[in-house]
Structure formats: C-alpha cells, structure tokens
Design a protein around this ligand. Structure first.
Ligand SMILES: [Zn+2]
Ligand SMILES: [Zn+2]
Length: 227
C-alpha cells in the first residue's frame, strides 16, 4: 500500500520514487542551475558579487522595479518548462511553482497581489491553460496573497518572441495589454515562467503603472541569457 501511495510521487526528472509528497528527488534538486547573484532590477545573472545592478539597468532604468529569477534557463529547467508548456504536464508546473515559492519565501516585501503574465485568448485556447497561473497557485496560497487573473488582458495576439531581437520584441509587445480599470494596488508581483529580454514584463509594468500601481516586481522560474 505504501508503495502504491509513493508511485504518485515519482521524480519528474529521473523517475525515481521521491519517498515524499514532492515530485522532485533530492539528487535532481541539488543539480538545478540556480542563479547565485543577479541584477536586482532585471534579474540578469552577474558575476561580480558586490554589484547590484547590471550596466544596462544603470544606464536605462527599466519600468519593472525588481526581478527575481531562480534558475538559468538551461537543462534541466528548460526541459521541465517545455514539458509543462508543450506537453501539458501539470505535475511539472506544481514542481516549478514549489521551487519558486521556496525561493521567494524569505523575501520581505510581500506584494498586494500576484498577476500571472496573461496569454492571449487564442493561445490560451490552444494550450488549454496558462502556465504562469499554474505556477502561481501554490505561491498565492502559501504567502496568502491574492491571485488576480482578470484585471489585465492580453488583447493583441503576438508573434512568438523567440525569433525576434530586442528592438523587434519591444515593438511586437507594445500595446498588447489592457487593464480593466484603475487598480488600487501599491505593489504588484508579475509571475512568469521564463524572462528573456524583459520586454513583455516591462510593457505589462508600463500599463499597470499607468493604471495606478506604484511598484512592479517580477518573480520568474528562469532567466534566459542571450548569447
Ligand atoms: Zn530525480
Ligand atoms: Zn539589469
């Protein structure tokens, strides 16, 4: 009976039984590509420990105020995110959400709300779920911060950002989001799976600040580093 019970908690990476109510074994967990030090504004990994902002953020202040990305977007995190997004494996979403929760649970500034980065309806219908909402669930519950799904919509379908350069990404995403009404939140945290250039979250932050939000932070599972 115990064996049957544990079957539910096979590691999403190696398939071994974890022996606990988690779907990631401790060996795979200790191998994850964690970001040790990063720019506080955009989350890009930095090698110099005493530097808190990257060169770009020092020169050109982004609209997002703070970014916390837990992992480099590389193996096996890219694999877990891909399994969640393209194979609809929601046990990966639960694992990723727990990892993000653990990483932010010591953050002292608890936001007023969590807003998962919205998908356009067309993509939502095609995928069947919004991965950012799935990742946010455990965080909302454990930190006791409400999850707001309807207050901002992605009104324009966009070309996938992967194939675009920074300038094209900014143009592609401009005017994509619409806020339903004036928002009475001081501090909003946007939740996303992967941050690549930050164009999407900065556009979202711009729209939110126009609607009255004072501070926009971003919590993401991974940060891609463009080579
Ligand atoms: Zn494992
Ligand atoms: Zn930066």
């Amino acid at each position: 009976m115990k064996f049957l019970f544990n079957i539910k908690f096979a590691c999403v990476l190696c398939g071994d039984m974890t022996g606990q109510k988690v779907s990631l074994c401790c060996h795979c967990r200790s191998d994850l590509p964690i970001i040790e030090h990063a720019c506080a504004t955009c989350g890009i990994p930095l090698s110099v420990n005493n530097q808190s902002l990257c060169g770009e953020c020092l020169q050109l202040k982004p609209t997002v105020d703070y970014t916390h990305s837990v992992f480099y977007y590389e193996s096996p995190i890219d694999h877990l995110i891909g399994k969640m997004k393209y194979e609809g494996d929601l046990s990966c979403a639960a694992v990723l959400g727990d990892l993000l929760l653990e990483s932010v649970s010591n953050i002292d500034q608890i936001p007023d709300v969590l807003i998962p980065v919205p998908l356009h309806n067309k993509r939502l219908v095609k995928r069947g779920f919004n991965q950012s909402i799935e990742i946010s669930r455990a965080i909302s519950k454990q930190l006791d911060v409400p999850l707001k799904i309807q207050c901002v919509q992605r009104t324009k379908p966009t070309q996938a950002q992967q194939s675009l350069n920074l300038k094209q990404r900014k143009q592609n995403i401009k005017g994509c989001f619409e806020v339903q009404k004036t928002l009475n939140y001081k501090h909003v945290v946007l939740i996303d799976d992967v941050i690549t250039t930050g164009s999407t979250v900065n556009e979202l932050a711009r729209v939110l600040k126009k609607s009255g939000v004072e501070k926009v932070s971003v919590w993401s599972i991974a940060r891609a580093v463009l080579k």
